[in-house]
Design a protein around this ligand. Structure first.
Ligand SMILES: Nc1ncnc2c1ncn2[C@@H]1O[C@H](COP(=O)(O)OP(=O)(O)O)[C@@H](O)[C@H]1O
Ligand SMILES: CCCC(=O)OP(=O)(O)O
Length: 358
């Protein structure tokens, strides 16, 4: 079985080709800030990113007819249960016209679906574990005011894939263990998995620790003051939280490696990195509490987990809580391909997504 995987992120589109479980090709198609700035909304980037994917296929002498399926990163649908979903007109219409949150992941299913329509035969398109998977327990949902309910928006597909891998290493099934998994990428998700179910998670756009480009949680009173100061538009405020927050705000870079270089001559830069590690460790501690302290493993994954020095900073706070495993980078492309493969091989029934009001 040959599967095309499409995974749009904030500044790049990752594309891969799988032959069954084997990844035979992967490229990160970078989109410059200048290029992205031309588009008022994320969905406006659709044609540009789709062309980049088609160019990737041409470059490797591939045509869409040569694929058995397209696997796309799932976008911001209303809260859904985990699993693999068929991409159809209803889902595509929701992602283009109705989704409440703009995010690059919304492009994946849309680009995949439009690409599949160019084939001379039916090529199914699937998403697996979209970012809006919601398995939170009731007590995790309350924010403290009626008008705001906490949202489950996370790096679920990588976290689950990594959790399954660590469980295998431990000779167990994922749903036999309790784990706290922290995805440490441009955005940060920290989630407690109770016997495979993600019972809570910080919204990677709005909550939790600050990251290389996001503020995470902020003192709410001061945020209100800034909003009403007349100094910033709504768009500028949003950019301040996601894109220009965290390391970018303090050090002007979203690259942890660059930040460590700065720290060689600037103690303030080291302080910022240490503060990020401290906040991540605090979030991990909070999620150990969600599991009532019964934690079989803590797993650190994502791009920042490549840095041993940064991982050691986090470990210094949490080493007493549970055994710690590190899986640098991400297994998201695998998670998406394997989800499609499970459906193609009949191991799993695909789900059909419908908005609740229909
Ligand atoms: N080898 C490395 N050492 C230290 N930091 C790294 C390394 N590789 C990536 N990173 C950092 O990881 C962060 C991005 O993580 P990543 O998981 O690639 O994010 P995303 O895919 O969400 O953009 C960046 O700050 C980057 O500097
Ligand atoms: C919206 C939650 C998932 C997320 O933050 O993904 P990115 O880091 O790819 O923006």
């Amino acid at each position: 079985m040959r599967i095309l995987v499409i995974n749009p992120g904030a500044t790049s589109t990752k594309v891969a080709v799988f032959e069954d479980k084997q990844k035979i090709l992967q490229e990160i198609l970078q989109h410059s800030v200048e290029e992205l700035d031309k588009y008022p909304t994320v969905m406006d980037q659709k044609e540009m990113r789709a062309s980049a994917v088609e160019e990737f296929l041409r470059k490797h002498n591939l045509t869409i007819d040569q694929f058995d399926a397209i696997a796309a990163r799932g976008g911001i649908l209303p809260p859904v249960e985990s699993g693999t979903y068929i991409v159809d007109e209803t889902m595509v219409d929701y992602l283009i016209n109705k989704t409440k949150v703009q995010h690059a992941s919304n492009l994946a299913a849309v680009i995949g679906y439009e690409l599949s329509k160019k084939a001379s035969r039916t090529i199914p398109v699937y998403i697996t574990d979209p970012v809006s998977v919601d398995e939170m327990i009731p007590e995790a949902r309350l924010s403290g005011i009626r008008d705001i309910e906490r949202k489950s928006l996370s790096h679920i597909s990588n976290m689950r894939a990594v959790g399954i891998r660590i469980a295998e290493e431990l000779g167990k099934k994922f749903n036999e263990l309790n784990m706290v998994i922290a995805h440490l990428g441009s955005g940060i998700s920290v989630a407690p998995f109770e016997k495979g179910r993600m019972i809570d998670v910080n919204n990677a756009n709005d909550e939790g620790p600050f990251s290389v480009e996001r503020t995470g949680e902020l003192p709410v009173g001061d945020v209100v003051k800034l909003c009403y100061s007349g100094q910033y538009t709504k768009e500028q405020m949003k950019k301040m939280f996601v894109g220009k927050g965290g390391l970018v705000a303090y050090l002007g870079t979203n690259d942890l490696r660059e930040a460590f270089k700065m720290a060689e001559s600037d103690p303030k830069a080291l302080e910022v990195i240490e503060a990020m590690a401290y906040q991540i460790a605090q979030e991990i501690g909070a999620m150990c509490v969600a599991l009532k302290g019964k934690v079989d493993a803590i797993v650190l994954t994502g791009g920042m987990a490549y840095s041993e020095r940064f991982v050691d900073m986090i470990k210094s706070y949490i080493f007493k809580f549970a055994p710690i495993f590190v899986v640098p980078g991400e297994m998201e492309m695998e998670a998406l391909a394997y989800g499609a493969l499970r459906v193609l091989t009949g191991v799993e029934e695909p789900k059909i997504w419908r908005p609740q009001e229909v």
